[in-house]
Design a protein around this ligand. Sequence first.
Ligand code: AGP
Length: 590
Amino acid sequence: MCGIVGYCGFRKAEEVIISSLKRLEYRGYDSWGLAVRDGNELKIFRSVGNIGSADFTGHFSGNMGIGHTRWATHGKPSEKNAHPHTDCTGKLAVVHNGIISNFQTLKEELSDRGHVFRSDTDTEVIAHLIEENYSGDLKTAVIRAIKRLNGSYAIVAIHSEGESLVACRYKSPLILGVGDEELIIASDVPALLDYTNRVVYLDDGDVIELKKDGYSIWNGKETTRSVESIPWSIEDAEKGGYEHFMLKEIHEAPGVIENNLAEYVPRDIELDVSFAEEVDAITVVACGTSYHAGLVGRYVFENLAQIPVRVEYASEFVYGSFLQRNSLVMGITQSGETADTLEAMKRAKKMGSKVLAITNVLGSSATRVADYVIYSRAGPEISVAATKSFIAQLVVLYLIAIELSSIPLSEKRKLIDELKMLPGTVQSIFQYESEIASLSEWISEYENMMYVGRGYGYPVALEGALKMKEISYIHAEGYPAGELKHGPFALLGERTPVIAILIPDDSYSIMLSNIKEMKARDSPVIALADENDTEVEKYVDRVIRIPSTRSILAPITYSIVLQLLAYYTAKARGCEIDRPRNLAKSVTVE
Ligand code: AGP
């Protein structure tokens, strides 16, 4: 989704803005632009495509400016639709993330009053509304203008006559970085880390004025917010010698598991889940990969803790869902900013449920909506494809389920011990990486794939297929293995390879029968199977070996292999891995 940056300090604004926008490239964008106050003039540049090696030497020379990467929602990607957008005078410019749902009405109203629009965007109405309310004080003009807006927004505004930037947020993230004699405001943490790790998370309704000598926040009245330290360094958000962020992040899985265990199981589990002890049911609301983590969680909670779990796409939960009394709603969201998940969490609260956020981002919107928060400590994830954050979510879900389970203490300890062995087990997966890469070369020739599993293998299949389609653009479907014969069998054949998730548990023998049925329909079958499995080779075309672990933990090891399979297939097809087409890292619109 779009990225926002605003700078006010002693450096050349364009240099800070360009380098910070580059840090936000992972969010996905199709055009970009910046505006810098140069003397009493506002200089603006906008362009379609990537920032690349943009160099403005000699063009701008101001210390205050705003920038934006745009992911088109209203109006196609073009120079005229790229931000910043200006008012009629050209003295005021704004960048905006989110969607102004009443923009059409506002546009008609403003046009009737003589405003001339030059773009197809919803954002432009904001510039004109601020213009109408401006009489020398940008902050007051912004406060008045946003009263007219419906929808969601993070906005930064600049005026050629002013000495300050004014920003505000409602349902769209915005973070202030507080440096030494400089301030930088952005939609996401990586944009700030080159300059500071001291941040202020803004709340919905906050309007902030940034001046060289400080900032003030207004939310109905003057307000203060605490300054927090980000526990990530810029190196954490860099590639560290890997060709792509995605590969680096897959390789970080062992460390991510260790981090979560170190945080929550220094000795025994020290994760406070007392709020969930009396619940009768759990409902998970999430999107994409986080939804798949919830599906794994369903099996884990039901098997270990005998708590019924329902897993809902957050975007569907809002349509008349019913929550049983005494339910806990878990919003699982890596970014903590996914609009659909936030809406579902709010709805659950309105319906009287307690809401837990499982998120990777300290201070994100999900943490404000929720009654309780558990951080899945994955560190910054830059690649659009969620990999290590999924693993972190699973670890957190295992720990909660173990804590809520009434299995004997000795059994809990065994599970914890096995979790503690996982970093080593996952590390040993990487010894098969070149095999996975060569198999991926072969897969890369196909255009359709099927992923199947049963029990714990089913959400793993869904997630494997999502990862494959997302970055390699191969059409991949995930299915419960038992469902294929109820329709999808019609798609099988020699041009549709099947990835079969074979976990050595009570699903194993029926999975082998299902594989025979698929082979009988001429589909090449590749099995992911336990390293000690001596049977599977007789049934399938290729086997990828997975280091042994207890079946309940297998979603972690098997998923990492499927992440590698997707990565190397996308690489073989020459895809742009970290920023797949049409996608964004953080989906902040419903
Ligand atoms: C997965 O690779 C995707 N990038 C996507 O499905 C993602 O998991 C989804 O958009 C939810 O994001 P969240 O966890 O930040 O809420």
